[in-house]
Design a protein around this ligand. Structure first.
Ligand SMILES: Nc1ncnc2c1ncn2[C@@H]1O[C@H](COP(=O)(O)OP(=O)(O)O)[C@@H](O)[C@H]1O
Ligand SMILES: [Mg+2]
Length: 336
């Protein structure tokens, strides 16, 4: 597969909607790269520009250092998995999977097509559905076939546009794990876009955080989680969400405008701060406790079942090493 680079990519719709503003990205060969951003951030547009389905204003797209910016979609050799099912409804699963292999440019022998289909069907656990019409499948099965249809070839890159977002939570989780295993086995290059933080952290080798057409930070899931460069990035990952509070509430020498700390950095029972418990949520492996501290809500997450009652006055502490400081604009203030 290929290394894919985006350089200074700008894309405007209808002369006024600035969808992409100077995107710079490198997806290494064999990498699982996830672009994470809310709806409207420019995720689909980025994929469409790589596939050649949108004309860009300026910038370039490179595959293995070769400039493909002016190339037609067909000659770019990418596989696209769309957000909505895009199967041929009256074809069988087998024929849907065979479709990308039957292009006149490829001319594979029927035996080889059959082998490839059987392999991919096994990987995606749809072997027993090969003779079904696409319309005779559940949503989860349809999306498996759509992913299978992309993975059956080895193009320069797989482009995946929130392929699991229409599925229920349980199915999404199991397909997520399967997709990661398949990617690892195939050593595939994937650019996967999503608004779902759990998908980003479990799938990605690298995450790029997208905000209004700008990539605001790139890093491993751990780097993005532990070392975000802004409040915006800090709020993309983590459940329950990071606590962001006025810096003046806490005892420190320099008092930054804002501070942030994750719920797991709060310890309960004793400590220098005193607050009142607003709510307690026992999730089995952890308990999330919301505390009112001088009119601000603080979330604490502690392991196991933490016994406490609403309105109880509680002492707590915050791990000073885990406190992030931010300026008025929400950008990170780094310690010297
Ligand atoms: N075909 C289009 N015509 C006009 N505006 C569009 C078109 N496609 C997307 N946009 C706009 O471009 C921005 C980015 O959209 P999109 O790439 O679809 O975001 P995402 O996939 O992250 O939700 C949004 O403001 C969206 O409304
Ligand atoms: Mg989209």
């Amino acid at each position: 597969m290929a290394k894919v680079e985006l350089k200074n990519l700008f894309k405007t719709y209808n002369k006024k909607i600035k969808a992409l503003k100077d995107i710079n990205l490198t997806i290494e060969d064999g990498q699982f790269f996830v672009l994470l951003g809310p709806s409207g951030a420019g995720k689909t547009t980025t994929l469409r520009c790589i596939a050649g389905l949108e004309k860009i204003d300026s910038g370039s797209v490179l595959f293995d250092n070769e400039n493909v910016t002016e190339d037609q979609p067909a000659s770019r050799d990418v596989s696209f998995v769309f957000q909505q099912y895009s199967l041929y409804p009256h074809y069988s699963v087998y024929e849907n999977l065979a479709f990308p292999l039957r292009s006149p440019m490829r001319k594979l022998p029927e035996e080889e097509i059959k082998n490839k289909i059987e392999n991919i069907a096994k990987m995606l656990k749809i072997s027993n559905k090969l003779n079904n019409k696409a319309t005779q499948l559940s949503g989860g099965e349809m999306q498996r076939v759509a992913i299978g249809r992309a993975l059956i070839r080895k193009p320069n890159i797989y482009l995946m546009d929130e392929p699991l977002s229409s599925l229920d939570a349980k199915l999404r989780e199991s397909l997520r794990v399967e997709l990661k295993n398949i990617q690892t086995n195939l050593n595939a290059t994937i650019l996967y876009v999503t608004h779902d933080q759990a998908e980003a952290t479990t799938l990605a080798d690298k995450i790029g955080v997208l905000k209004e057409g700008v990539v605001v930070q790139i890093g491993s899931p751990e780097e993005i989680y532990e070392n975000p460069n802004s409040i915006y990035v800090s709020q993309r990952l983590g459940s329950p969400k990071i606590n962001i509070l006025p810096g003046s509430l806490f005892k420190s020498k320099d008092e930054p405008p804002k501070i942030g700390f994750r719920p797991e950095s709060v310890s309960l029972g004793n400590g220098q701060y005193e607050g009142k418990i607003i709510s307690v949520e026992n999730l089995g492996s952890e308990t999330v406790v919301a505390i009112d501290y001088q009119g601000n809500e603080i979330l604490a997450s502690v392991q196991g079942n933490y016994k406490s009652t609403i309105n109880e006055i509680i002492n707590f502490d915050i791990d000073a090493n885990k406190v992030l400081k931010f300026d008025k604009e929400g950008n990170r203030i780094y310690e010297r």
